[in-house]
Design a binder for this molecule. Sequence first.
Ligand code: SAM
Length: 278
Amino acid sequence: MSQIDTLPPLRQVIVTHGLAPKKSLGQNFLLDLNLTSKIARLAGDLTACDVLEIGPGPGGLTRGLLAEGARRVLAIEKDDRCIPALAQVADAYPGRLQVLNADALDVDPLAHLTPPIRVAANLPYNVGTELLVRWLTPKDWPPFWTSLTLMFQREVANRIVAKPGSKTYGRLAILSQWRADPHIVMELPPEAFSPAPKVHSAVVHLTALPAPRFPADPAILERVVAKAFNQRRKMLRAALKGLTPDIEDRLIAAGIKPTDRAEQVPLEGFCALARQLA
Ligand code: SAM
């Protein structure tokens, strides 16, 4: 265990505060502070940024973020058993850590943080995708965050960076690549966590682009993409026929063959189609 701070090792924190992992909260903890510091470094230069962390648990990544110099960290944790452990971290870094005992889905980060804001989290798998989609689909762009550094199941990470023609290309790839630049920056085996999950994990770093790669209305793009990939084996003229009676003409006007399937259409094509349907 590395000495990144003067706080007790995480295994000891877990015993002291009775943090037996709960499956219902997606609790697979990272207990190696070398690893959590490495993830914090992958988030970029934190010294001039506020950081939003979702699901700090016993505080491994939180300590990494603070040791790497984050200006301020807002850590939102649903499990009230973790709050006393996180209060000790806050004491060790006076004025730099604010802990909220809340559901991350209910909190407006801008009420607590000052831009520039980076998001870093070993996300609870059950809410991870929902939060990512929410962060990628605000009406206005650029969003409140400059980067997201997020742990996912490796299979989800692959879907985020997938390219057209691949089986994993779909809604997550399009939403992630339309207004951000996503990369897998680290892979972790199950044994990196306690308890070990059944699957491999990966950290994805997404940088917000200053403007979308192609113009489109986010709500329309989301609706078109969801419908197209819902029936990914069907030709688009069939999969999208509920959107408008003249879908074939709209597809052609967007430069897409009506007989193509969703996974063959690049991001630019979906944006052109969203504009046709606006
Ligand atoms: N960040 C810690 C680490 O790396 O060891 C814990 C990661 S664990 C995978 C996910 C954490 O998210 C747990 O501490 C869990 O209690 C918390 N959590 C689960 N659902 C949440 C929600 N809706 N809002 C906030 N925290 C949540």
